[in-house]
Design a protein around this ligand. Structure first.
Ligand code: G3P
Length: 282
């Protein structure tokens, strides 16, 4: 009788210990501390959490925070100048109104593109792609995102003519428009060219993968749509993977776990920090 009691209590103890271990394991998934070394860090529209997006201040801060690249969006003015702004219009980010393509550079230069962010930036002006490259071409890599190329006939030649003046700079050129990027890849065979994949273009068919890998050096994917099979398909085809726009730590975790080559983020303080990440977050 005594022997039986001992056996039962041993079994109960073993069960309890295994339960404690498994609960502990579920609650504390394996974590590791990583830096972002080996992953190219790209400051989205410059350090847009620190200064008004797509301005010289935001780009300079991206450099100060140690970003490998700054990402800039380009449009064309009425008088054919390449200017850096994200939207089709100046409405959201300036004190003016109207489409970029209907305004001259002189008109655009009058606009205050800093006050919407903070009064300290009220002197901030829209800058041209030329001005940006003159200032920062040897200080940081530059990702040029051509917005709506279908609206601006000849934008590819304009961008290529400027970029050719900086053969030693690290420049990536990207767009959601495949034909436009194909053209860029002919005009600038030594520059890394990327296709951004929109929700509409996702998922990519086998034929599309074939075409993309013939002309591009990377694909850009929204982190929300990115999956293991997309990264491995890209890597098998010698395409690098860029993912945008990381705004939360779990997204950073996912990007690192998936093994992307570059990340676009608004959070520039991430570049210098160490990160505690879950080893298998999916
Ligand atoms: O690099 C891709 C990313 O720039 C696209 O996002 O919001 O800047 O148009 P968005």
């Amino acid at each position: 009788m005594k022997m039986r009691k001992v056996k039962v209590s041993v079994i109960i103890t073993v069960l309890l210990v295994s339960l404690i271990f498994s609960v502990g394991f579920i609650n504390n998934p394996v974590e590791s501390v990583v830096t972002l070394e080996g992953v190219k860090t790209i400051a989205h529209r410059g350090a847009s959490d620190q200064a008004p997006e797509n301005t010289m201040s935001a780009f300079q801060k991206g450099v100060d925070y140690g970003a490998d690249f700054i990402e800039v969006d380009v449009h064309v003015t009425k008088d054919d100048e390449l200017v850096i702004i994200h939207d089709l219009t100046v409405n959201r980010t300036s004190n003016g109104k109207g489409k970029v393509k209907d305004l001259t550079l002189e008109e655009i230069k009058q606009l205050d593109v800093g006050s919407h962010f903070h009064a300290d930036y009220k002197e901030e002006r829209i800058i041209t792609l030329n001005e940006l490259l003159e200032e920062l071409h040897d200080k940081v890599g530059i990702v040029i995102d051509i917005k709506y190329p279908e609206l601006y006939i000849g934008i590819e030649e304009k961008v290529a003519n400027i970029v050719k003046d900086y053969p030693n700079s690290q420049i990536f050129i990207q767009s959601f428009d495949f034909e436009s990027m194909k053209k860029i890849s002919y005009l600038l065979p030594n520059v890394e060219v990327g296709l951004l994949v929109s929700r509409k273009q996702h998922p990519i068919s086998t034929n599309e993968w074939d075409e993309i890998s013939e002309y591009m050096s990377y694909i850009g994917y929204n982190i929300k749509l990115l999956r293991e099979r997309i990264v491995s398909e890209a890597h098998q085809r010698d395409l690098k993977v860029l993912t945008w726009t990381l705004k939360k730590k779990p997204q950073l975790n996912k990007a690192i776990y998936l093994g992307v080559d570059s990340i676009v983020t608004d959070y520039n303080d991430w570049f210098l920090e160490e990160h505690v990440l879950i080893e298998n977050p999916l």
